[in-house]
Design a protein around this ligand. Structure first.
Ligand SMILES: NC(=O)c1ccc[n+]([C@@H]2O[C@H](COP(=O)([O-])OP(=O)(O)OC[C@H]3O[C@@H](n4cnc5c(N)ncnc54)[C@H](OP(=O)(O)O)[C@@H]3O)[C@@H](O)[C@H]2O)c1
Length: 292
């Protein structure tokens, strides 16, 4: 198949390009504010340009990990969050629909309020933040626009990444420099290995599966426990990690606390395994050490 990845300069988009090409598909990608060799520029808030780019790409699938992902920034800039995460995604879905392509929208466990996780795909959404709301409204808009729409919800994505900005890279840097790190011990989630997320998404496209899927790691744990396991796997000194409550961090946007994504639906349908956090961290270490 031929795929267009909008937002290929980001963590998930980069993995999607790799997974698509590794599985023998043709894939091209775009960036917005961070130019990268081999990627064309595309801003999803410009519908006419989106329409033209999708038409010229002649894709069978448009995958759209593009988004305004900084949760606290979104809280202070809601108009920007809705323009990119909802309206931009909808413009891209419309353009995909016009050329007969399928469309994958990337969403988040932040559509839930974190009082009763782990959540299944059809559990009631109640986002606590503008980021979560912009994604929830994006989901509704995209699913209402076209029959060949897929919504992939994920969370706490980590793994090898050119940008080196995900949580595990931050943890490694802080531990190796002897700097402390305050980590919330009351945010429960399902840390997700980025390579698995990308491969599982490509499998959904290959098999023409539509609807909402939770693609997340196989295990629900709080962030401090995840950090502790990462320290074990990477041989880091965890003694300078301090467990704190989310409230102590004083973040602008509220976080869902008892969250996590149930993956029974994906496990029942997909051949691609979704690793446990420990297995994903081991796989990441192998890649960083050049053995993966
Ligand atoms: N990472 C996670 O833990 C996580 C958790 C839950 C859900 N998700 C969802 O998964 C998706 C991918 O996440 P990620 O970690 O890959 O995010 P990321 O690393 O922040 O990448 C975001 C991508 O969106 C692009 N982008 C930003 N504004 C754009 C615009 N106006 N038009 C077109 N592209 C634009 C960025 O391009 P430039 O960098 O070139 O500007 C970048 O390629 C997001 O939609 C996010 O909400 C991620």
């Amino acid at each position: 198949m031929r795929a267009l990845v909008i937002g290929a300069s980001g963590q998930v988009g980069g993995c999607l390009l790799e997974a698509l090409r590794a599985r023998g598909h043709e894939a091209i990608g775009t960036h917005a504010h961070h130019p990268l060799e081999g990627l064309g520029h595309l801003d999803v808030t410009d519908p006419a340009t989106v329409e033209r780019a999708v038409r010229e790409a002649r894709p069978d699938w448009v995958l759209c990990p593009a988004g305004l992902t900084h949760v606290d920034y979104c809280e202070e800039h809601p108009a920007e969050a809705f323009a990119i995460n909802r309206d931009g995604a909808l413009a891209a879905a419309r353009a995909a629909s016009r050329v007969g392509a399928g469309f994958v929208f990337f969403s988040t466990e932040y559509v839930f309020d974190g009082t009763g996780g782990p959540y299944a795909e059809d559990d009631a959404a109640r986002p606590l933040s503008f980021y979560g709301r912009s994604k929830w409204e994006g989901e509704r808009a995209v699913l209402g626009e076209m029959p060949r729409a897929v919504v992939v919800r994920t969370t706490v994505v980590y793994g090898p990444d050119r940008q080196e900005k995900n949580f595990v890279y931050q943890l490694i840097r802080n531990c190796r420099s002897g700097q402390g790190m305050r980590i919330p011990a009351d945010q429960v989630s399902s840390p997700t290995y980025n390579v698995d997320l990308a491969q599982a998404t490509v499998e959904l496209c290959e098999r023409n599966l539509g609807g909402v899927y939770h693609l997340a790691g196989d295990g629900v744990m709080d962030r401090f426990e995840f950090a502790r396991i990462a320290c074990e796997v990477f041989g880091l000194d965890a003694s300078r990690l301090t467990p704190v409550t989310t409230a102590e961090l004083g973040q602008k946007a509220s976080r869902p606390l008892k969250a996590g994504l149930g993956i029974a639906k994906a496990k029942g349908v997909l051949k691609t395994p979704l690793k446990s956090p420990e297995a994903g961290l081991r796989a990441m270490r192998e890649v960083l050490e050049g053995r993966g």
